[in-house]
Design a protein around this ligand. Structure first.
Ligand code: COA
Length: 313
């Protein structure tokens, strides 16, 4: 666990600045001396999700993992989780949609289930963004943290308890606002142009802030409108945990009171694809959300990508 004051020991920042501009107080980072990686966290999330669903690995038909920080590109993280949980019947893949990775995977799983192709999917989101942070860049490194979360989705005959809708969006024209430019096909590590400081997250924070608010509000409004629902029909909201001011602006536009949303960015920072499932897990385990509740989740991230879902638990 790394507090804002810990960061202030080696970069020019302060607890006060980070708290007031972002709402973040501390974050959890992978301890590499203990061998912790994205796989470590995602595996733990997978085991806990299976326990909660009273299922074994063999009962899972598909594993999808949203991550931009896989342990290895090949095999992908979902392949490695499959081996660890004994999901021998599953097909598995990672997908890259940055902070929207969890909802992108969730939407794909939902479609496979709706078409009758599969019965059950394990949907995960996890990152060790600490590995792609420039720890000298105070405008980015204070924002992010490491972690993972996940859900099991399964086919149901219930008219009530189900995924009502998912909506995915992207705008590739805005990709440069949030990127990791080096380290992959265009500028791989072995070419002379490769720069280690460009194999790190680069962000135009102010621009991203505005687009994030606009797109999350639009996405949430659209999914409600298309399903003939109003904000007041929704029992609980989970917004992507990037910045408390972004969440507050979205909540204000959508007219959502604080009591109807879960916040955990103060403890974890922005854990990218892990923010929504970790909030959902905490809200469920605390009893704040319960069976029958209508939940709206909405996220945005690099790509740019953004996504939303309405689900009745
Ligand atoms: N500590 C102290 N000062 C900092 C700082 C830090 N950690 N980071 C930036 N600053 C400074 C800047 O250098 C700037 O100084 P200057 O005025 O002397 O140039 C000043 O604070 C204001 O910077 P600015 O970028 O305008 O701050 P902001 O209020 O827009 O907040 C972010 C910056 C990054 C917190 C905000 O833009 C944000 O959250 N954007 C969205 C980021 C995001 O969500 N990313 C994830 C997407 S999934």
């Amino acid at each position: 666990m790394v507090t804002n004051n810990d960061l202030a020991k080696f970069i020019d920042t302060s607890d006060e600045w980070i708290r007031t501009r972002t709402g973040i107080e501390e974050r959890r980072l992978a301890d590499r001396s203990k061998g912790e990686t994205t796989l470590t966290f995602a595996h733990q999330a997978a085991v806990k999700a299976l326990e909660m669903a009273h299922l074994s690995g063999e009962q899972i038909d598909m594993i999808v993992m949203g991550t931009v920080t896989p342990d290895t590109v090949m095999p992908c993280t979902a392949n490695q989780i499959q081996a660890k949980i004994g999901a021998t019947r599953a097909f598995t893949f990672d997908l890259q949609a940055a902070c929207s990775g969890f909802l992108y995977g969730y939407s794909i799983a939902d479609q496979y289930i709706r078409t009758g192709t599969i019965e059950r999917a394990l949907v995960l989101g996890g990152e060790t963004l600490s590995t792609v942070m420039n720890w000298q860049d105070r405008s980015t490194c204070v924002l992010f943290g490491d972690g993972a979360g996940g859900v099991v989705l399964q086919r149901t005959t219930s008219e009530r308890s189900r995924v009502i809708a998912t909506k995915l969006f992207s705008d590739g024209r805005l990709g440069e606002i949030l990127s990791i430019p080096h380290g992959y096909g265009k500028v791989p590590p072995h070419v002379p142009e490769y720069r280690n400081d460009h194999h790190k997250v680069q962000m135009r924070g102010n621009e991203l802030f505005k687009v994030a608010v606009r797109n999350m509000v639009d996405a949430a409004s659209q999914v409600l409108w298309e399903n003939q629902l109003k904000t007041t029909d929704v029992d609980f909201f989970i917004f992507h945990q990037a910045n408390l001011r972004i969440i507050d602006m979205c909540a204000k536009s959508l007219d959502v009171p604080r009591e109807k949303m879960w916040l955990n960015l103060q403890k974890y920072g922005n854990t990218s694809a892990a923010t929504l499932p970790s909030c959902l897990d905490e809200a469920w385990r605390s009893g704040r959300v319960k069976k029958g509740d209508l939940i709206l989740m909405v996220t945005f991230g690099g790509g740019l990508t953004w996504a939303t879902t309405l689900v009745r638990l």
